[in-house]
Design a protein. Sequence first.
Length: 272
Amino acid sequence: MAPRIQTIPTRLPQTSSNRGRLITSTNNSHIKRWISLLDRKGIKKHGQCLVSGKKIVLETLTRHPTFCQELLYSPKTPDPPKLPRHVMAFELAEALFQKIDTVGTAFPLLICQTPKISSADLSAPPEGLEVLCPLGNPMNLGIVIRSCSAFGVQKLILLQEAANPFHPKAIRSSSGAVFNLLIEEGPEIQNLTDHELHRWVVSLDLKGRNLSTWEWPQHVRLLIGEEGLGLPDVTFPHTLMIPQTNTVDSLNAATAASIALFAYRRQFPLSE
């Protein structure tokens, strides 16, 4: 059954409950918690994340209401969105709202529970297309997450070097796709040297077989190199390179990953 929806008026009355309470102090425990969600430590500690941007907030409320917990808005908010009944609304003094709305969206902010991330079993064979990702830049990670969702990746496995996928920058650059994807946690990239772990891996590098002509196996794990560092000093069963001119040193890791995912789907198209 779909959750019941309520409409929030432009200004909520102050009550004895948390719903619609006006918050004006920087010492408020809620304010401290919400500000901490701007970095990975706070996200991990509270098991929550901050979603910003009108399109992403509205889509998350509609598509993933069970993850939604709180809505933050300011006195300048013209028309807060409809909410499931379990989501609590908080009005923040404008200065406090701006401390949390670091991107300056001026639209209500959504606080969501972070989905649980389990450990990946890399000793088991992959099922379809899986991606191993060590990207530490949250924006680049978000781009990869969005591409994984678009190209029907069965599983995204974040290596220990990776940024938190629920960092606000990752959520924004993924356009909220982080809530659509099965994400698991893997080892450090150096630990992929074990034959039992890397025998199903196809890696992307500046040297290797031509991606344009390679025949993909249907069940495979695609390994993206670290930004700047590339791949560890190990020989993987298959290494692919993306043909390019010599006008640039290399492609952005997120761009290269998207090209590789598209190449896989040319051979194994998504069902319409």
